[in-house]
Design a protein around this ligand. Structure first.
Ligand code: ADP
Ligand code: MG
Length: 140
């Protein structure tokens, strides 16, 4: 199986509740390695740019305001099939649809405040990682 890198974000609802370690434990238990990580405050401009694919969706403004409502942890996860493995341990976007044992099933508060972001394809993972990290920041 291919070794991949994927971008993960622990969202403000989770940093506020001090559960970033619980989320990281689930990531590591699944066999993914956190090879880069930083706690940052997104600007409105950066959040809008990061989520620009959703700019025409009705929830876009709320999503941007939520993402800048507190610190986030951006991280690069590495492992076999990291992109799809991370999506499967995250669970569905809406926590009411998320499978038991997934991060969103256990920790998400709503479809918006759903605790984590994860890249949805290898192509987007490459783009999203380079949005936040330089190659020198990623320590395998
Ligand atoms: P995912 O994060 O599972 O890839 P999307 O890319 O579709 O989901 O959406 C990006 C983020 O926008 C979601 O994680 C969630 O925070 C928010 N979001 C998605 N759909 C809705 C919705 N119907 N109402 C409010 N917020 C939403
Ligand atoms: Mg998405």
């Amino acid at each position: 199986m291919p070794i991949e890198n994927t971008l993960s974000i622990i969202k403000p609802d989770a940093t506020k509740r001090n559960i970033t370690g619980l989320i990281n434990a689930k990531i590591e238990k699944a066999g993914l390695k956190i090879v880069a990580q930083k706690r940052i405050m997104l600007s409105k401009e950066l959040a809008e740019k990061f989520y620009s694919v959703h700019k025409d969706r009705p929830f876009f403004n709320d999503l941007v305001n939520f993402m800048i409502s507190g610190p986030v942890i951006v991280q690069v996860l590495r492992g076999e099939n990291a992109v799809s493995l991370n999506r499967s341990i995250m669970g569905a976007t809406n926590p009411t649809d998320a499978e038991e044992g997934t991060i969103r099933s256990e920790f998400a508060q709503s479809v918006e405040a759903n605790s984590v972001h994860g890249s949805d394809s290898l192509e987007n993972a490459l783009k999203e990682i380079s949005f936040f990290f330089a190659e020198i920041d990623i320590l395998i």
